[in-house]
Design a protein around this ligand. Structure first.
Ligand code: ADP
Ligand code: ADP
Length: 237
């Protein structure tokens, strides 16, 4: 479970990113956060794994405060969280397999992973992750030889190789065409169902949210203005 308790995020320039947000997201949910550009969706996701520090309040993940976690405890919390970004965040000149293997980094000593030495077991985990997104045959292609949608599915496979319990996807389909969008969203949904990975996705469009979400959270000016099942979400949430 992910719980926000009175979370306030004020950026150094004074912009209020989140204004006293309280929300609980349960295991296995597929939550879509909707809202216009600048509403605070990205700020919410970045707050969860501490890509930035919140100003006050607390975020609890599976009973542990990530807000207060330090050192190894923080690394352990982060290892449970797979991040998916609009621009895929892959190492373009590296192979697909190497990119997926980077999800294993947190499981080994730094020196080993810097040298790119992953045990056979990790290679198998990475190949299995690629199988889940139907890209096993691309394992030895260079990442930038793949289409945008395929690259995004590689980033999903990286989260799977990481053995993430949570997937946080920040506008994962914003740069993709409708067909590819469907493939990426279908993969996220299938993985959520099959593996029970709690998934939070930021989207611009309510229509798309309705097709996939079990719960829709509407955000405006850093506040939650709607939180409920898909059937209750109107176009202006
Ligand atoms: P989106 O609307 O797609 O979420 P933004 O354009 O808001 O993206 O943000 C893109 C990047 O610029 C992010 O890294 C964000 O943290 C940063 N950013 C957004 N607004 C500001 C701002 N007012 N001052 C400084 N950085 C900003
Ligand atoms: P969304 O993801 O819904 O587009 P964001 O979470 O990126 O919205 O932004 C929420 C608000 O915080 C916006 O007003 C944005 O300009 C501001 N913001 C985001 N990142 C930064 C930043 N690094 N510095 C200052 N303001 C920011």
């Amino acid at each position: 479970m992910i719980e926000f308790k009175d979370v306030l995020k004020i950026y150094p320039n004074g912009t209020k990113g989140l204004n006293n947000v309280n929300i609980k997201i349960n295991k296995g949910e597929f939550v879509v956060i909707v809202g216009l550009s600048g509403a605070g969706k990205s700020t919410m996701l970045r707050s969860i794994n501490r890509l930035h520090e919140i100003t006050s309040g607390e975020i609890i993940i599976d009973g542990k405060s990530i807000t207060k976690a330090r050192g190894k405890a923080l690394l352990r919390c982060r290892r449970d969280i797979g991040m998916i970004f609009q621009n895929f965040n892959l190492v373009k000149r590296s192979t697909v397999l190497r990119n997926v293997l980077s999800g294993r980094v947190g499981y080994h000593s730094t020196i080993r992973t810097l040298l790119g030495l992953f045990p056979k077991e990790d290679i198998n985990i990475a190949l299995n992750a690629l199988k889940r997104v139907n890209l096993e045959e691309k394992a030895y292609s260079r990442a930038d030889e793949l289409s945008g949608g395929q690259q995004q599915r590689v980033s999903i496979a990286r989260a799977l190789a990481q053995e993430a319990k949570f997937i946080l996807a920040d506008e994962p389909v914003a740069s993709l065409d409708p067909l590819t969008t469907k493939q990426v969203m279908d993969d996220l949904k299938r993985i959520n169902k099959d593996l029970g990975i709690t998934t939070i996705v930021n989207l611009h469009f309510v229509d798309l949210a309705r097709q996939y979400a079990t719960r829709i959270v509407g955000v405006r000016a850093g506040e939650i203005v709607f939180d409920g099942p898909v059937e209750e979400a109107t176009d202006d949430v």
